[in-house]
Design a protein around this ligand. Structure first.
Ligand code: AMP
Length: 148
């Protein structure tokens, strides 16, 4: 049977634990792939969200998608980077979660994803919720249980 403590933990809202949008590196619709690849490389992040000027969330972009799109028959055609846009290669089917959702829902999605994009009811990007954050919260919870 599920304990009161674990129910409380799983029902914790993600809202207080997200990395807010202003701290999340992102690219904008219309940016070219050269800019996106530079940002991904310099930041060291595996993937970044694609937003419009109103901060609506449109996609997710990683380096593999960029490289794949400029793969020629025998070589990587770097000169193509300048003329391609992020919206041509971004994924549009990716894990999203609404503000107000709880740890249980986030944990299920984080099994297969390193981080989740968080949006409000209008699709405006609010930030990200990472697997690292979830694991830290879980560690804190387990430690507290052991001291009860
Ligand atoms: P971490 O939890 O730091 O290991 O981050 C996992 C993944 O979440 C990174 O590889 C990025 O794709 C994404 N991420 C974490 N922090 C940021 C950030 N400040 N800006 C953009 N993406 C981030």
């Amino acid at each position: 049977m599920i304990s009161v403590q674990s129910k409380e933990f799983l029902e914790t809202k993600i809202d207080e634990h997200i990395i807010p949008s202003e701290k999340v590196a992102h690219v904008q619709m219309g940016n070219n792939l050269e800019h996106a690849l530079l940002l991904l490389t310099k930041s060291g992040y595996s993937a970044v969200p694609v937003l419009d000027p109103q901060y609506k969330l449109h996609g997710l972009l990683n380096s593999a998608l960029i490289t794949e799109s400029i793969l020629g028959l025998e070589k990587i055609e770097y000169e193509k980077l300048e003329n391609k846009r992020v919206e041509d290669v971004m994924m549009t089917d990716f894990p999203r979660i609404r503000l107000g959702e709880n740890f249980k829902k986030a944990m299920d999605l984080l099994v297969d994803n390193n981080f989740l994009c968080v949006e409000d009811k209008d699709g405006v990007f609010e930030g990200i919720f990472t697997r690292r954050t979830m694991l830290k919260q879980l560690r804190g919870y387990v430690n507290r249980l052991n001291h009860l």
